[in-house]
Ligand binder design. Structure first.
Ligand SMILES: NC(=O)c1ccc[n+]([C@@H]2O[C@H](COP(=O)([O-])OP(=O)(O)OC[C@H]3O[C@@H](n4cnc5c(N)ncnc54)[C@H](OP(=O)(O)O)[C@@H]3O)[C@@H](O)[C@H]2O)c1
Length: 246
């Protein structure tokens, strides 16, 4: 099955930014989408919007740091739509600070969401993909892992940990059952930096996003491109930056 139409896609971090844009893009192209995040009200209004235009959508309040939540999200897709074709592991958080600031709690939180959350998604979807003999892991990493800069050490580290896991999984999956795609956005205008603790870092990041950032729809189109390929084509890595980002 190629194209997006008719595919069943679960998306984590679907309540805002890239995840929400991806949900709308894929639903517009005929996918059934199963949306997960913690903010249920946001998800509910997105589901309403998608259904209002004739699309198929379900939602579940999910905290990706809880393994059982990912299992429930995958289970919801299978219950409602009969299978799961793609898991878009997109939930993520960012904390920006020099390592010497020792924001240890923020390090833990990024590791829990950005690394454990993705691994729990793989653990939940893999048995379904194996049973179906088909499945696709699309995961949002970051250009932070490609161009290493100060204040993003741990964030970039979490993203590169995931990039490494996906590359190994790709090499382990040459039977063609499981495909992997790592999507690396540059600056995208979203809520990602709104919770950065240090006010100066937060303001600088917000300004960079406002000046340089591209719309989340640009990343959503890249996700759709990876998903719409024929079964024998795997888009391993995609980098989507603002044209003016250095
Ligand atoms: N914006 C950028 O410039 C940029 C660049 C490169 C990579 N990225 C990556 O893109 C992805 C999406 O981020 P975004 O930019 O769209 O920012 P965003 O608007 O803040 O979206 C982040 C999403 O992750 C969800 N999330 C956070 N913690 C979660 C948890 N514990 N359980 C479940 N969901 C959780 C949030 O939903 P709830 O709060 O409702 O749970 C939200 O839907 C992230 O992985 C981020 O690292 C962003």
């Amino acid at each position: 099955m190629s194209g997006v139409d008719g595919k069943v896609v679960a998306i984590t971090g679907a309540s805002s930014g890239i995840g929400a844009a991806t949900a709308i893009e894929l639903a517009d192209r005929g996918a059934a989408v199963v949306l997960g995040a913690r903010r249920g009200e946001r998800l509910a209004s997105l589901v309403e919007r998608i259904r209002g235009t004739g699309g198929r959508a379900e939602m579940l309040e999910v905290d990706v740091t809880r393994r059982e939540d990912l299992a429930e999200l995958v289970g919801l897709a299978v219950d409602r739509f009969g299978r799961l074709d793609v898991l878009v592991s997109n939930a993520g958080i960012a904390s920006l600070a020099p390592v010497a600031d020792l924001e240890v709690d923020a390090w833990d939180a990024m590791i829990d969401v950005n690394v454990r959350g993705v691994l729990y998604g793989i653990a939940a979807a893999m048995p379904v993909f194996r049973a179906q003999e088909r499945g696709h892991f699309v995961t949002t990493v970051s250009t932070s892992g490609l161009k290493i800069v100060p204040t993003q050490a741990v964030y970039a580290g979490t993203k590169n940990a995931v990039r490494t896991v996906l590359e190994a999984l790709r090499q382990e999956s040459t039977d063609g059952v499981v495909r992997t795609t790592a999507i690396s956005p540059g600056y995208v205008r979203t809520e990602l930096v709104d919770n950065v603790a240090d006010p100066d870092q937060r303001e600088a990041a917000r300004q960079a996003m406002a000046e340089l950032g591209i719309d989340p729809e640009a990343v959503a189109r890249a996700v759709a491109f990876a998903i719409e390929q024929p079964e024998d084509v795997e888009i391993g890595e995609l980098v989507i930056r603002p044209a003016r980002q250095g």
